[in-house]
Design a protein around this ligand. Structure first.
Ligand SMILES: [Zn+2]
Length: 255
């Protein structure tokens, strides 16, 4: 029997669309993977409403980015793009089934909960699923999914309690922690470059907010801004309602 107290992954990043994880916390994911942490990405949708590219092309880009970052694995569900709903039982069931198999210690949602309705709804859906995953009285089946990095997901536990839940800090929000990604900034850019169909306006792609060169500049500006606060070149920021429990003074600097 699988021990339902031992995480199968250190961090699970939950995003509505392929590319959100890299845009929001690509540097943090790269930093953790470089230290041997088991990091998984979960996309809720195939991104089928995207202005450019079909789901297959987007999946191939996401797989390439996963390999650049060194992710342990990537899961893609088939929830409806454009209609992520924190109150939808079927959507919560799909996320619960994945959480019970990956058993994350940390769950982070990306990108920041702004603009796109799926981005607004994802933190709520993930938080609901993380709570419901603790209740052994509800055992939803694993929904259809695509998987990269492992031949299959681990067997599920009856219940799983995720220790820490956080989301990407909005531009005007207050970080709970700043992650120094200076040594991993280039890796984040390499991962983003995998998403040619989304972030590159060449090849006759339709113009969007995120394939405007100003968008990449905004990502860099923000990483530099959090970096200034952190006292490093680049940083990414996470916000959580939780607080750490300590029994000694933390060694990390406070800014
Ligand atoms: Zn998105």
């Amino acid at each position: 029997m699988i021990n339902d107290t031992i995480p199968a992954c250190d961090l699970l990043v939950v995003s509505p669309h392929p590319d959100d994880a890299e845009i929001g916390v690509g540097g943090t994911l790269a930093a953790l993977c470089a230290q041997g942490r088991r990091v998984w990405a979960l996309e809720l949708t195939r991104g089928e409403l995207g202005t450019n590219a079909d789901p297959q092309e987007r999946w191939e880009e996401a797989v390439a980015a996963a390999d650049v970052l060194g992710l342990a694995g990537r899961v893609q569900l088939q929830l409806p793009d454009g209609f992520i709903d924190a109150n939808d039982q079927g959507q919560a069931a799909a996320v619960v089934a994945v959480i019970r198999r990956l058993r994350p210690a940390w769950l982070v949602t990306a990108p920041e909960p702004l603009r796109h309705p799926d981005h607004q709804a994802t933190p709520g859906l993930a938080a609901r699923a993380a709570f419901l995953a603790r209740l052994a009285t509800w055992q939803p089946a694993l929904p259809p999914l695509r998987l990269h990095g492992a031949p299959a997901l681990p067997d599920p536990v009856d219940r799983w309690e995720t220790a820490t839940i956080a989301h990407v800090t909005p531009e005007d929000g207050r970080p709970s922690l700043l992650f120094d990604i200076s040594a991993h900034w280039d890796r984040k850019l390499q991962a983003l470059a995998c998403y040619r169909s989304q972030l590159n306006r060449d090849d006759g792609r339709r113009a969007t907010v995120i394939n405007d060169p100003a968008f990449l500049q905004r990502i860099e500006d923000r990483a530099r801004r959090w970096g200034r606060q952190a006292g490093t070149a680049y940083a990414e920021a996470l916000t959580t309602l939780q607080v750490p429990v300590v029994d000694d003074l933390p060694q990390e600097p406070w800014r």
